[in-house]
Design a protein around this ligand. Structure first.
Ligand SMILES: Cc1cc2nc3c(=O)[nH]c(=O)nc-3n(C[C@H](O)[C@H](O)[C@H](O)COP(=O)(O)OP(=O)(O)OC[C@H]3O[C@@H](n4cnc5c(N)ncnc54)[C@H](O)[C@@H]3O)c2cc1C
Length: 239
């Protein structure tokens, strides 16, 4: 059955800077129906003259009553993301619709090992999966970012969690003495930071379109079942 999604009014209750260009919005949505890690919402902004536009944003945390978290990367010449990251403040309202998406989801009852592969802001829905994990299901995260300053959720991911391995791969500047020189991800990164294909992990890949295609190809080349590689592309959305 197709479920009709209604627009909800969300109030901003807190904002948190993740990096110089990315901000987490904590929202209160009184009639929120709940969601699964990996799902996203459509955000709608309407100007005083009635002009309205919408964009998709992943949910950054698991369901928690009426509380939702989104993390938005500012696209400098963008129409919506500069407003969400630089103008919105606690007390402001926006409209959102969701949850959207039924394929790119991880359920806390799933028991297979999990490989998460993030490119830049693609970490957002994967972080919801990490935050939703309540059993010792083994998780590995391979997170590609330009520089250490571009890491989202750095404090959360620094905290040791049994069964969660985090590997950063820097593309432009790595911290001093970092063993891996800055480079885009390659097959060797997936072989060392991922799971062997024999373990039949559930793989979730999220980031810009080119990144997602490269990662899915590399995982298939390493023998992973294409049916267990789930992808989410953060291309331009809405309009
Ligand atoms: C399912 C889904 C989930 C998403 N989740 C997130 C999220 O959690 N956090 C987040 O920050 N973004 C996310 N996005 C991207 C988001 O929807 C917007 O596209 C983004 O915020 C830019 O909107 P804008 O209005 O600022 O830019 P626009 O005015 O739409 O575009 C300005 C310029 O930037 C280019 N552009 C737009 N979006 C991107 C992009 N994503 N990558 C590269 N170039 C782009 C456009 O082609 C254009 O040239 C998601 C997209 C999808 C499809």
């Amino acid at each position: 059955m197709v479920r009709r999604l209604n627009w909800h009014v969300a109030e901003v209750v807190d904002v948190r800077d993740e990096t110089a260009a990315a901000r987490t919005l904590v929202l209160d949505v009184p009639d929120w129906p709940g969601h699964l890690p990996g799902q996203h919402v459509d955000v709608r902004l309407t100007a005083e003259d009635g002009y309205s536009t919408q964009r998709s944003y992943s949910l950054a945390a698991p369901a928690d009553g009426s509380r939702l978290e989104l993390t938005v990367q500012r696209v400098d010449d963008g129409e919506v993301s500069p407003y969400l990251t630089q103008v919105l403040e606690p007390g402001d309202q926006l409209e959102l619709r969701g949850p959207v998406g039924g394929w790119f989801v991880w359920r806390p009852t799933d028991t297979a090992p999990v490989l998460l592969v993030a490119g830049g802001s693609g970490i957002v829905p994967l972080m919801a999966m990490i935050r939703a994990r309540t059993t010792p299901v083994p998780f590995r995260l391979l997170y590609s970012v330009r520089t250490p300053e571009d890491r989202y959720y750095a404090a959360d991911l620094r905290r040791p969690v049994p069964g969660l391995d985090v590997t950063y791969a820097y593309t432009r500047t790595a911290p001093p003495d970092w063993p891996r020189p800055p480079a885009r991800l390659g097959k060797a990164d997936f072989a060392t930071a991922g799971w062997p294909a024999d373990f039949a992990p559930d793989c979730f890949v999220c980031g810009p379109t080119g990144f997602v295609e490269m990662a899915a190809d590399a995982l298939q080349a390493l023998g992973h079942d294409p049916g267990k590689i789930k992808t989410e592309r953060f291309g331009p959305s809405g309009g």
